[in-house]
Design a protein around this ligand. Structure first.
Ligand SMILES: Cc1ncc(COP(=O)(O)O)c(C=O)c1O
Length: 373
């Protein structure tokens, strides 16, 4: 296999055709000429809600990185909803993380019950023990989020995959934080990988998009039928822009991880800070599993200041750490998660996302801001 830089640029590339563009431009069409043949004959496009050449180009690239076949969705939540609703039926038992992205938990709490799903939530660090006890018996679908957002806990995907397979359940992994370069859940035995590519994969904070990758053709057809019926697909412009942006994924991740290592050290030694988490820092509770299971680090770090006022002083004194939600983008950002109300975190808990500004500048700016706390 080629390296991450090569794959970020070249994944899914079609054979070179003289005169064709290196990277095709977006095709915005809604209907396509049908002529006098039935829609879909010879794989020809008929209507943009079903498919489009621009989506296929993006999906071929992401699918190659994931080691599966990819379908793009309008957002990460559209992709997660598709997995939860297209792969289950009324009465099914579904297991979700209790400490994962809050919108997934909100979807489960406020919507899924109405469709007759029996939802249970389990902490990321406890799902392994549950699986080992055989307590996944009778489940239809298990969703993991590893590393979890925002606490960055990790679980053993291969071990849970063995248990879900034995139980006859499907295993889906939310791979948003890791990215397809950082973790390949399909190779670890998962049936589905789902992600918000709004985050690091596209990485410029200027679009929303998500995807699901699978290896099973029947599962892919099921998800494609769901996407077609619900219209949950991205626009061609977003798919094209995400494809263009992922060419630099390897470079961005490398800088983000380099900065995260420096920032995690600084945070850990500063008296104003407690509870620093970065899974690739020796001594972190996720360290052993992260280094065994994942392929490379990324730039998401979490830490706790004393309270909301301390977080306010930090932000007021910083020039380069911008208050914003989301993560994985080129800007370095800080999100005081308690302000959103969805996560079980203390008021001073911060999720930091290292961008691609110079590491030295970010460290210097953070030291100044921490000293002001
Ligand atoms: C882990 C995780 N999954 C899914 C999502 C949802 O993604 P989107 O905002 O693209 O719908 C997010 C967004 O923050 C996330 O962090």
């Amino acid at each position: 296999m080629t390296g991450d830089g090569t794959r970020s640029v070249r994944a899914g590339e079609p054979p070179a055709v003289p005169g064709a563009p290196l990277r095709p431009s977006p095709v915005f069409a809604a209907p396509y000429h049908l002529g006098n043949r039935p829609p879909g004959a010879d794989g020809a496009d008929g209507y943009g809600r079903s498919d489009s050449p621009t989506l296929r180009a993006f999906e071929t690239a992401v699918g190659e990185l994931d080691g599966g076949s990819c379908l793009s969705f309008a957002t990460g939540m559209a992709a997660i909803s598709a997995v939860l609703l297209a792969c289950t039926s009324a009465g099914d038992r579904v297991v979700l993380p209790s400490d994962g992205y809050y919108a997934t938990r909100k979807l489960a709490a406020e919507e899924l019950g109405r469709f007759g799903l029996r939802v249970e939530t389990v902490a990321t660090t406890e799902i392994g023990a549950l699986a080992a006890r055989g307590d996944l018996e009778g489940a239809r679908l298990v969703l993991l989020e590893t590393p979890s957002n925002p606490r960055l806990d990790i679980c053993d995907v291969a071990a849970v995959a063995r248990a879900t397979r034995a139980a006859g359940a499907l295993l889906a992994v939310d791979n948003t934080t890791a990215t397809p370069l950082g973790q390949r859940p399909l190779e670890l035995g998962a049936d589905l990988v789902v992600a918000s590519d709004t985050k690091a994969l596209s990485g410029h904070s200027d679009l929303l998009i998500g995807h699901v990758s699978v290896r099973d053709e029947a599962l892919r057809s099921r998800l494609h039928a769901w996407r077609h019926s619900t219209g949950a697909l991205p626009g061609p412009f977003e798919a094209w822009l995400a494809h263009r942006s992922m060419s630099t994924l390897d470079l961005r991740l490398a800088r983000q991880a380099q900065t995260a290592a420096a920032v995690a050290d600084l945070l850990a030694e500063h008296p104003a800070v407690a509870g620093v988490r970065w899974p690739w820092r020796a001594g972190d509770p996720s360290y052993e599993l992260a280094t065994a299971q994942m392929l490379r680090p990324n730039g998401v770090v979490s830490a706790e200041l004393a309270d909301e006022a301390a977080a306010g002083r930090f932000l007021a004194a910083s020039r380069l750490w911008t208050a914003a939600t989301s993560f994985g983008g080129v800007h370095s950002t800080v999100d005081r998660r308690a302000q959103w109300g969805g996560d079980d975190v203390p008021p001073g808990f911060l999720r930091l996302s290292c961008g691609i500004e110079d590491t030295d500048d970010l460290v210097r700016d953070m030291r100044t801001a921490l000293d002001a706390v």
